[in-house]
Design a protein around this ligand. Structure first.
Ligand code: GLY
Length: 347
């Protein structure tokens, strides 16, 4: 059943539509919201052979595209520059529309190009991975990586439209689907334990549209309160503090983002128990294992602490750690760096 959520951001309202089969009706959905003269689609070398033609044939306007090479290593300013040149070569103006068709990397990089080209062009996201559908396509974070770290350059820029079609997930490799499930588990623990019940069912994949809707609703509600990530939005980082450190220590190749978040959520639960809170680790570990996600932090604890401190989410001498008090209730907990150091050693 079609569901729509709306999010009001600094650069306008974002409509988020979720419906199985929506990609095959994307032309009509885009036509109902935008009146551009031209459309430029950005996608990658994995997604282009699967869905680019399906989308282009529905758009009764001059349509052009950029196909970027797939992979996080291409989430760079150099790739954004290629997109700018293609936009100019295709006479795109500020009244036209840019569509991001792909996973998180395509979404982040295209969002950044849309936010900055001619100081802002309308943007539509069509996310094709579960991770992009439940997380990165919603909320307006855009950006690219630098040699020094991930997402160090970017902008908050809300897409005017997000079209989420769960049917496209059938083309994902199991590992890529599991990656997105790590973020789904995160939403269950930070805000809505009913999501955990939904995933616990053996046939949960047949209910994925409703699961996506529940996750996106949480993200919409959080971003509506704290678009620019100065307070509440930090709860979306449950599992990401140690997760980002693990991702970095693995050179961004040993662990995918979802795997790192899974490991990071387990570490955060263990840390809660060390602080004397209820120990919720066992059910989390068992759920993540069932979903095919790793749970063990295998990196040297001193290295984890150092990597964690270099993360951009540190404030002065404290780290804002997201702790889950009970399934569905997360709290932003400032922990003094040396205290955190002691906990990390014991994980
Ligand atoms: N992925 C976390 C956020 O959008 O804030």
């Amino acid at each position: 059943m079609a569901q729509t959520l709306s999010l009001s951001g600094a650069n306008g309202v974002s409509d988020i539509q979720i419906e199985t089969g929506l990609l095959s009706r994307a032309g009509a959905a885009i036509g109902a919201v935008f009146s551009p003269s031209r459309i430029h689609i950005v996608t990658d070398s994995t997604v282009a052979p699967l869905y680019l033609e399906t989308l282009e044939t529905q758009l009764a306007l001059p349509v052009s595209h950029t196909v970027i090479p797939a992979g996080e290593e291409h989430k760079r300013l150099k790739t954004v520059e290629t997109i700018y040149h293609d936009l100019l070569a295709n006479s795109m103006t500020r009244k036209d529309l840019i569509v991001a068709l792909g996973g998180g990397v395509v979404g982040d990089i295209t969002g950044f190009a849309a936010a900055t080209f001619l100081r802002g062009v309308s943007l539509c996201h069509i996310p094709t991975t579960l991770l992009a559908q439940v997380d990165s396509s919603v909320g307006g974070k855009t950006g690219v990586d630098l040699a020094e770290g991930k997402n160090l350059v970017g902008a908050f820029y809300q897409p005017r439209l997000v079209l989420i079609d769960p049917a496209v997930l059938s083309s994902l490799p199991d590992g890529t689907f599991a990656d997105g499930m790590a973020e789904v588990v995160k939403y269950g623990y930070i805000a809505n334990p009913a999501i955990l019940d939904m995933i616990a069912r053996p046939d949960y994949k047949s209910n994925i549209e409703s699961i996506i809707y529940e996750c996106v609703k949480i993200k919409r509600d959080v971003v509506a309160i704290d678009e620019h990530d100065t307070g509440l939005r930090m709860i979306l980082n449950f599992g990401h503090t140690v997760g980002h450190a693990a991702e970095k220590l693995g050179g961004y190749t040993e662990l995918t983002h979802g795997q790192a978040v899974a490991v990071g959520m387990v570490a955060a639960m263990r840390l809660s128990a060390l602080r004397g809170d209820a120990d919720l680790t066992a059910p989390l570990v068992s759920l993540l294992q069932k979903l095919g996600l790793p749970t063990a932090l295998t990196y040297d604890r001193e290295a984890v602490f150092d990597a964690l401190l270099s993360d951009k989410k540190k404030f002065g001498g404290t780290v804002n750690f997201i702790l889950v008090r009970e399934p569905g209730r997360a709290e932003i907990t400032p922990i003094e760096a040396e205290t955190l150091h002691n906990y990390i050693k014991q994980l």
